[in-house]
Design a protein around this ligand. Sequence first.
Ligand code: FPP
Length: 261
Amino acid sequence: MDAREEKLLAFFHDSQPDISLADVDLARLPSHISIIMDGNGRWAKQRGLDRSQGHVAGVDSLRETITACVRLGVDVLSAYAFSTENWKRPQREVDLLMDLFAKTLVAELPLFHQEHVRLELWGDLSALPAKTYATFCRGLDETAEYSTMTLALAVNYGSRAEIVRASRHLAREVARGHLEPGDITEELFASHLYTADVPDPELLIRTSGELRLSNYLLWQLAYSEFYVTDTLWPDFDRWELLRAIRAYQSRERRFGGVGRG
Ligand code: FPP
């Protein structure tokens, strides 16, 4: 057994009544798993806590999920951390989230270095508070060369805005005479999205039971399998991740074609 396998077995060594590591086929893992982390507020409310404590607890779930994906050998993990619509939340909560992003990134950088995780950020970062922006830049800078796994965080991200932004880039190229409208293909369009460097997610997980996309990766999720769990994000753990992967593996992906019968 090599060191990687040993770490994987150690991480998933105990099991749950309904799931264990043996229930997933390690040779057929999704290479990109994306998560809409939802339910922090409800988790806090159920416990009589402030919403902010739900977000703080959500960081532990994100850390556990990052580690689980690294151990499994997933290539890309992405997560919706803050949408363009989230600015409408009470200022106190927005400030707390921005502060939490900066603090979390500083606190988790050693994990990124240890596991060789590359950070990627999707969204309009120019609107973020200076401290959060600077911390994100530091994270991008320090992890740029790593290739064990990519962790992409969507921050101040909205999928429609992303598509409009890509359209503007391409329109500018056409206006300058560098491109013909007929040159615009799906591949070229995709290369102007924030997600240009990663494959489309094969699996989208949404926590807390909501059946909505919430303006997340509208282009990229065209053929993804969806897994919705009632579990609130702060309760999401390695076993929930395995359940989502097991569900994904039990489905057949057809890409609009005919199934294998
Ligand atoms: C959704 O729960 C969660 C968020 C908007 C924030 C997600 C952020 C974290 C989990 C922290 C992660 C940290 C980093 C560094 C990315 P909600 O507030 O919408 O919950 P509700 O629907 O129950 O109100």
